[in-house]
Design a protein around this ligand. Structure first.
Ligand SMILES: Nc1ncnc2c1ncn2[C@@H]1O[C@H](COP(=O)(O)OP(=O)(O)OP(=O)(O)O)[C@@H](O)[C@H]1O
Ligand SMILES: [Mg+2]
Length: 543
């Protein structure tokens, strides 16, 4: 950048001998030995100081500048894209590795917004910063040259520039605030869109399109107004800038001729310098304003990243997972969600013996899924302990423990991809054959083989192209594919008809004694063939 600035400055200085060659003589003070130095350099390399040689040198210098600009822009775009990519990856990794309680306490739409648009605009701001540095260097070179030619006039120009900057300060504040408001506006729109697009079936079935469209319209309109205000502030800045520059030009012209008695050629050269300087200064200011506008997004993403890092799950995923040969024991386990008055799991002690099938029952809201989350190591008890044999489940081994677990949750999570792609990520050695085996166990082989493209069938967002029961059976098959030591089924068959539920009961009976299974269910039909029951409600009963 410095090289670019210097070459641009030298290119401009070539005008002095050029002016002399065309017969416009400069005063000795203006020249300040510039012509002497240039002719010295020219004679040192053996080039006569003629019109063609100066023009060719000028063209060469400009080519050099353009070439270095090209190189710089490629370099800066690489830097920018690298920065965007690493920031997005860092934020996403930090989110994925933060603990479950933190994740449920945050709005996922905020993360979607940050990971998509916000990270992109922060990358753009990083590029602006690079541009600003290059403009500052170029402006520095032009200012040094103008100081060399007439320090009095340069001082006058500086005073004009400072006055202009002072006038623009309040507008900078407006732009900073508008950045904050724009961020809030975008977050609101992202939240509405994320929630509504995932609930289109409900919206359409309630025929409530108008109501929901209105919700978006309000947020949309607020953002629209915000963007208009920002554009107005930008336009006003340009207006003040242009008017101020014209006034400064008039003042400079008047004072240099009337008071400073600057000769006309010097004045022409200085004005030429200022005319080159002006776009740099204006660029610096406009980049500064854009940076101010992006500042809230940058602060927001940094805060999000540091919050995720603070909530990082401790423990080594590669540490030896706790082994269970005898039993998993809950010892006076108490858990309360933040903000709740009473703990949802209160002083619970129970034993879950190895390879037994346990039912977890209790009314809705009793804390069955919460207990399953605790056993799966997604949540940690406020007090009390969970043991795998004699090893306590702690911050260090909780992550590794999850490698041994398959958890079929109440909500079925499927991706918009093929059946195979929805299953083969759970283990390293998955083959079509092993997929068909677990599909059979989960009573899902019939419907998958009837699909037009079998395992390659794309099942839609969250498996929307499948029935509720089919989704549940796929989730169950996926859980079995990972060959878990502990299988937790939270209402995993609630959407199944009697026939398919019976099939799964038969599969669970087959698995009985081969792995530890915890079944959460309301229906008695689901909790057949169990070895023990843990009841949640007012009092927990040990198994
Ligand atoms: N993330 C959360 N933050 C705060 N409270 C929560 C959270 N998740 C659940 N709860 C509360 O904890 C209680 C127990 O919830 P849980 O999901 O464990 O019940 P459950 O026994 O599985 O019920 P159901 O049979 O309806 O699935 C509920 O009252 C619920 O409101
Ligand atoms: Mg539940």
């Amino acid at each position: 950048m410095l090289f670019q600035g210097i070459t641009a400055g030298v290119g401009l200085l070539l005008i002095i001998p050029l002016l002399q060659l065309v017969g416009i003589g400069l005063s000795p003070t203006t020249d300040s030995g510039v012509t002497g130095t240039i002719s010295h350099v020219f004679s040192a390399v053996g080039i006569p100081l003629t019109l063609p040689s100066i023009l060719v040198t000028y063209v060469l210098l400009v080519t050099l500048i353009s070439g270095s600009k090209y190189w710089l822009s490629v370099l800066s775009i690489r830097q920018q894209q690298g920065y965007i990519c690493s920031l997005r990856q860092k934020l996403y990794n930090a989110l994925l590795h933060s603990h479950w309680q933190f994740i449920v306490n945050n709005r996922m739409s905020d993360f979607t917004h940050s990971l998509s648009g916000q990270v992109q605009s922060i990358g753009h701001a990083a590029n602006l910063l690079l541009n600003m540095i290059s403009q500052l260097i170029l402006a520095g070179v032009f200012i040094s040259l103008s100081l060399l030619l007439s320090w009095q006039m340069s001082l006058l120009a500086l005073i004009c520039a400072l006055i202009l900057a002072a006038v623009l300060i309040p507008l900078n504040r407006v732009i900073l605030r508008s950045g904050e408001k724009q961020l809030t506006g975008f977050k609101a729109i992202f939240q509405i869109l994320t929630e509504q697009l995932a609930s289109l079936k409900m919206i359409k079935s309630y025929a409530s399109e108008k109501h929901h469209a209105r919700q978006l319209a309000t947020a949309n309109h607020t953002l629209e107004q915000q963007n208009i205000n920002l554009a107005k502030a930008n336009a006003l800045t340009r207006f003040i800038y242009l008017t101020g520059a014209a006034t400064a030009f008039a003042v400079l012209f008047y004072f240099s001729l009337e008071w400073l008695s600057v000769s006309l050629p010097t004045l022409i050269l200085l004005l030429l310098l200022f005319s080159r300087l002006l776009p740099q200064v204006s660029g610096i200011h406009s980049n500064w304003q854009q940076l101010l506008h992006q500042l809230p997004a940058f602060i927001d993403v940094s805060r999000m990243l540091s919050n995720c890092l603070l909530a990082k799950e401790s423990g080594d995923p590669n540490c030896e997972p706790p082994q269970v040969q005898n039993k998993i024991s809950l010892h006076e386990v108490t858990f309360r969600y933040p903000g709740q008055k009473k703990p949802i799991i209160n002083n619970l002690s129970a034993d879950i013996y190895h390879n037994q099938t346990i039912a977890l029952t209790g009314p809705s809201g009793a804390g069955k899924s919460t207990l399953a989350d605790l056993l799966a190591g997604l949540l940690k008890p406020d007090s009390g302990k969970i043991f795998c044999d004699k090893t306590e489940l702690d911050d260090n081994n909780r992550l590794a423990w999850r490698n041994h677990i398959a958890y079929v949750t109440q909500e079925v999570y499927l991706f918009h991809d093929s059946i195979r792609a929805n299953m083969d990520w759970v283990a390293d050695d998955v083959t079509d054959e092993s997929i068909w085996t677990v599909l059979q166990l989960a009573a899902a082989d019939d419907f998958v083989s009837a699909l037009p493209e079998g395992l390659d069938t794309i099942i839609g967002d969250q498996g929307v192209r499948l029935s509720g029961g089919e989704r549940q059976r796929l989730a169950l098959a996926r859980a079995l594919l990972s060959r878990p030591a502990l299988l937790i089924l939270d209402e995993a068959t609630s959407a199944l008809d009697h026939e398919n539920e019976q099939k799964i009961q038969r599969a669970l009976k087959q698995l009985h004694g081969k792995l530890t299974i915890i079944i959460i269910a309301h229906r008695d039909t689901t909790i057949q063939h169990v070895d023990a029951t843990i009841k949640l409600g007012h009092d927990a009963e040990p198994a």
